[in-house]
Design a protein around this ligand. Structure first.
Ligand SMILES: O=c1[nH]cnc2c1ncn2[C@@H]1O[C@H](CO)[C@@H](O)[C@H]1O
Ligand SMILES: [Zn+2]
Length: 334
């Protein structure tokens, strides 16, 4: 299923949507935080989707315990480090880990820019320890409004040399992309890449806004693009890759069944897609599972899955020589 001579890459993976349930439990004990249940097994439904949520916002609530137990910068560093260990355990060669520093800082009033520094440090140490490659994408959590997003952006830009891109995530319906035009002008001025969550809870117009107003080079999800043929042509012609997350799309109610995912429509139109996890700990999946779903539930061929692995490499926010290194290092391992 996975082509062993090509690097396995996850470009859409929330670091703060992948905090291990046992770490959340442990940090809660350590930090004297009351949890709603007495036994660990009873805690799982509070931090992991059981089958599916009714919509995106109900899904996102499951991420809250993970960040609510982060009481110090050391805790933030720990979860960042563990995220890299998880990459190594999942057989991933390169990942772009995204995180929302204000969301992580919020509950315990941690200084947001220092949270960014702690995550950078945890990921750096993880990469050294586990021999995995990773870069970071900063998220503006649109759910909390414009003012908080500007604060979040300011905190991220302090450390912009350690980031490859900025993303906009959270409540797509309630906080549409056009509100954040000014923030993404600042992102462009800072020389960072742009990927935007769009076409997940809202329709194709949200994808258009992400591209035209915020200058997105990649789109997170983009599921609803299938409703607009002109948009499909535009995505294909401009080489804008859709970061597809099958299990997440099912669990957020964006699609009713995995087999309903419009990935075939995208491929037929020449739109580039790659496969990703989104929030693996909350979803209870890993990247290889997404490739299995694509084969078994959507009938993708071995060739299509290989192309998808290559699409992820091509769409990564790294230089051509770094891409080449990932390729040669992988074939050397065989
Ligand atoms: O699937 C998703 N769609 C939209 N936003 C998401 C998704 N998963 C996580 N976040 C959002 O990303 C930030 C944490 O990294 C939070 O704002 C969370 O709500
Ligand atoms: Zn996401």
């Amino acid at each position: 299923m996975i082509c062993e001579t090509l690097p396995l890459i996850d470009l859409h993976r929330h670091l703060d949507g992948n905090i291990r349930p046992d770490t959340i439990w442990d940090l809660a004990q350590q930090n004297g935080i009351d949890l709603p249940v007495e036994h660990f097994n009873d805690f799982i439904p509070h931090v992991r989707i059981q089958d599916k949520a009714s919509d995106l916002m109900e899904f996102l609530v499951k991420l809250d315990w993970g960040v609510n137990v982060l009481s110090s910068l050391e805790d933030c560093k720990r979860v960042a480090f563990e995220n890299v260990e998880d990459l190594s355990l999942a057989g991933i060669d390169y990942a772009e880990l995204r995180f929302s520093p204000y969301y992580m800082a919020m509950k315990h009033n941690l200084p947001t820019a220092d949270v960014v520094a702690a995550v950078i440090e945890g990921v750096k140490q993880g990469c050294e320890e586990f021999g995995v490659k990773a870069n970071l994408i900063g998220i503006l959590s649109r759910t909390f409004g414009l003012e908080k997003c500007q604060h979040e952006l300011d905190s991220l830009l302090v450390h912009k040399d350690h980031l490859v891109a900025i993303d906009l995530a959270g409540d797509e319906l309630g906080k549409p992309a056009n509100l954040f035009e000014d923030q993404f002008k600042q992102v462009a001025n800072a020389g960072l890449n742009v990927t935007i969550h769009a076409g997940e809870a809202a329709g194709p117009e949200s994808v258009w806004h992400a591209i035209k107003l915020l200058k997105a080079q990649r789109i997170g999800h983009g599921v609803k693009s299938y409703e607009d043929k002109h948009l499909l042509d535009y995505l294909a012609e401009n080489n804008i890759t859709l970061e597809t997350c099958l299990t997440s799309n099912y669990q957020t109610g964006t699609i009713d069944r995995i087999s309903d995912h419009p990935i075939h429509t995208f491929l037929e139109h020449g739109v580039k897609v790659c496969l990703n996890t989104d929030d693996p700990a909350v979803e209870g999946i890993e990247l290889k599972h997404e490739y299995t779903l694509a084969k078994q539930q959507l009938g993708l061929t071995t060739q299509q899955l290989q192309d998808i692995q290559l699409n992820a490499l091509n769409a990564a926010f790294i230089s051509d020589s770094e891409k080449q290194t990932l390729l040669t290092e992988k074939s050397a391992k065989i």
